[in-house]
Every structure is written in structure tokens, then in C-alpha cells.
Write a protein that binds this ligand. Structure first.
Ligand code: FAD
Length: 319
């Protein structure tokens, strides 16, 4: 069975959930082979837990000292060696940068922002959600090795325990890959909350929150539910909350178990980033707000009254 190369992203010495989703998808296409920069024993064990039959480990400094080129060069080298059925990378600015370079060097087709990947009759097929989720397009790479970037939260990661073969990889990086060196890093202040794209619960606020201080209330609800904070573009443009937390067409895509939208009208560009959430709850004082069209549960009311009552009720039930 042909290998499927999966570029693994790590975070705080663990494997990002999005990479476990890629491994789950890779099992449909062939034998998952994880490519990880600097993975320790715990990382290898997690990759095995999610079905990686082979783990290519690359020295961490190759990825840490330089920009995306070393990762692209390693993937290209491995693809040339193993002729994989596909190369899967997580969608995101860095992932798409890497995937594009891999596709060019392999002279292969690329599909970006897939929401599903399957093994079809004519080869690997990818689905993309286009025009803010209005259409689902199914495509296939017709030249070379399919290089596919997959949106985080496309599917739930499913364990399939196996004991992977670990293969250290030494790739002689080109001068171009070493052309730009990272000279300094400033770690982002941790909010103590889960990462927005990985979170099982997301509590988002929109213009209806009213102010930067109002987002303190959104944070309290998120903390009560152990979730992440999200926002609409209107709220981030007003400077009430970090742009990093914007959900939507030009922000992050999330698909948590619970998405609570407060003071959010439900514009199509916002829906594009959250409509795959399993349960959607909306709090809006306008009963005609479009968000109610996709909400599983809705409360028509002022969020400044509804959300504090919700936090009180959660703490009361938790004793
Ligand atoms: P509004 O539409 O102003 O809605 C505010 C809501 O709050 C209203 O429904 C109101 O009834 C309610 N409200 C007010 N006060 C209260 C209260 N006290 N209690 C309860 N409810 C209250 N938007 C995104 O979010 N993400 C994107 O990625 C994105 N990308 C875009 C890309 C393009 C190319 C364009 C053109 C737009 C994009 N937008 C995006 C913007 C989008 O079109 C909307 O303008 C935006 O989502 C609206 O944000 P909002 O719901 O916070 O604000």
C-alpha cells in the first residue's frame, strides 16, 4: 500500500489536533507516514496512537531556525523516495506556503482548503467548501502526486493504534532553504484557554457585545465552559479583541461541539467559518437576526442579561 505523507505540526511538545485529523484522513488513502520535525517519544507515541505506520523524524533545528523551506525540501525529498499516494498538510498560512512549494517542485497539482478527502475511482478526491459554504466542489489532482491542504476540524480525529516504524531523516538543505534565518521569537502570551481552531467549545462575540470591556463577559462564559473566545470581523475591526480570534471567511474556521454566538448577526462571511459546528446557540436581541436560521437553540434577549445568568446557572449546577 502506498504511503500518504502527513506533515505533522507540534505545539507545546504535543501533536496539534489538526495533524491527528490528517492522519485519520490519510488512513482512507493508504499507509499514513508522519513527517515530524524534532518529535520526541511522546510525539511518536501519539502519532502511532492515531495510525501512523511510519514516522519520519527530522532534526528540529531544521524547522526552528529557518522559515518554511526546509519543511518543503524534506517533504519533496521523501515524496521522491516513496512516491506517496498523496501529501497532506494542514491549511493555514504556513501550511499552504509549504504545500505550494512542494507541488511546484514535484510538478504536481495542488488542492487547498479541502474539507474532506476520499479515495475515489480515479484517485484521491478532495472536497472544498466554496462561496462561503454555498457549494461543495469535488476535485482531483490529475498530474503528479496530489498535494492537499486540509482545513482544521474537517473531521474528528479517530485513534487507530499501531506501532510505527521510526525513521530518522537527514536531508542536506539547499542554500536557499538557509537563506532566511529566524533570529528571534516572542512567544504569544497564553490566554490559558484552548486554541480557537482546536477547541471543543467556542464562545464568540460580535458588535452586539458593545465594547472591549464587554468581551470580558464573553471570556467569563468561555471559561465557565472550558472553551475558547472567538469574534466577528466587526468586533476585531473595532479593536475590541485580537484579530487572531476572528472567525469566518477571512478568519479562522472552527467546528466545535458547541458554538455560542452572542451579539452576532450571522453574516454569510461569519457563517463560512463556523457553520459546521455541531451545536450552535445564538443570543441576539433581534428575533429576525440571520444567525437564528442556523442556530439549534436561540435566546432572543440582551446578551448583557442573558450571559451573566448563564454563567451563574453553570456555576450553580456545578456546585
Ligand atoms: P452586526 O452585523 O452589526 O451584528 C450585530 C448583532 O448584534 C445584531 O444582530 C444585533 O441585533 C445584535 N445585538 C446588538 N446589541 C445586542 C445585545 N445587547 N444583545 C444581543 N444582541 C445584540 N465577518 C466575520 O465575522 N468574519 C469574517 O471572516 C468576515 N470576512 C469578511 C470578508 C469580506 C470580503 C467581507 C465583505 C466581509 C467580511 N465579514 C466577516 C464581515 C461580515 O460581512 C459582517 O459585517 C460581520 O460578520 C458582522 O459582524 P457582527 O455580527 O458582529 O455585527
Amino acid at each position: 500500500m502506498a504511503e500518504v505523507l502527513v506533515l505533522v505540526e507540534t505545539q507545546d511538545a504535543g501533536v496539534r489536533k489538526a495533524s491527528l485529523e490528517l492522519l485519520t484522513l490519510a488512513r482512507r488513502l493508504g499507509a499514513p507516514a508522519a513527517v515530524v520535525f524534532g518529535g520526541g517519544d511522546d510525539v511518536v507515541a501519539t502519532l502511532g496512537e492515531y495510525g501512523a505506520e511510519r514516522v519520519y523524524t527530522v532534526p528540529a533545528e531544521d524547522a526552528q531556525q529557518y522559515l518554511s523551506l526546509p519543511q518543503a525540501e524534506v517533504l519533496v525529498e521523501l515524496a521522491r523516495r516513496s512516491s506517496p499516494a498523496a501529501v497532506l498538510v494542514t491549511s493555514g498560512p504556513e501550511g499552504k506556503d509549504i504545500a505550494a512549494r512542494v507541488a511546484v517542485r514535484l510538478d504536481s497539482g495542488i488542492i487547498t482548503d479541502a474539507v474532506d478527502v476520499t479515495a475515489g475511482d480515479g484517485g484521491v478526491q478532495a472536497r472544498q467548501s466554496v462561496f462561503s459554504g454555498t457549494w461543495l466542489a469535488t476535485s482531483r489532482v490529475v498530474r503528479g502526486t496530489p498535494v492537499i491542504t486540509v482545513m482544521p476540524n474537517a473531521i474528528p480525529p479517530e485513534p487507530a493504534p499501531t506501532t510505527p516504524t521510526v525513521e530518522p531523516v537527514e536531508v542536506a538543505l539547499t542554500d536557499a532553504a538557509r537563506g532566511a534565518r529566524i533570529t528571534d521569537r516572542s512567544p504569544k502570551q497564553s490566554s490559558g484557554r484552548p486554541d480557537l481552531t482546536d477547541a471543543a467549545v467556542v464562545v464568540s462575540g460580535g458588535r452586539g457585545v458593545g465594547s472591549e470591556d464587554g468581551f470580558g463577559l464573553i471570556g467569563r462564559v468561555a471559561d465557565a465552559l472550558g472553551g475558547a473566545v472567538g469574534a466577528t470581523r466587526a468586533a476585531t475591526d473595532l479593536g475590541w479583541i485580537d484579530h487572531d480570534l476572528q472567525v469566518g471567511q477571512t478568519g479562522k474556521t472552527v467546528a466545535p461541539n458547541l458554538y455560542l454566538a452572542a451579539g452576532v448577526s450571522g453574516a454569510i462571511q461569519h457563517r463560512a467559518g463556523m457553520q459546521s459546528s455541531k451545536t450552535i446557540v445564538a443570543v441576539n436581541k433581534d428575533a429576525q437576526a440571520p444567525i437564528f436560521e442556523i442556530a439549534d437553540f436561540g435566546v432572543v434577549g440582551d446578551l448583557h442579561a442573558v450571559l451573566p445568568a448563564l454563567v451563574d446557572e453553570i456555576s450553580r449546577r456545578r456546585g
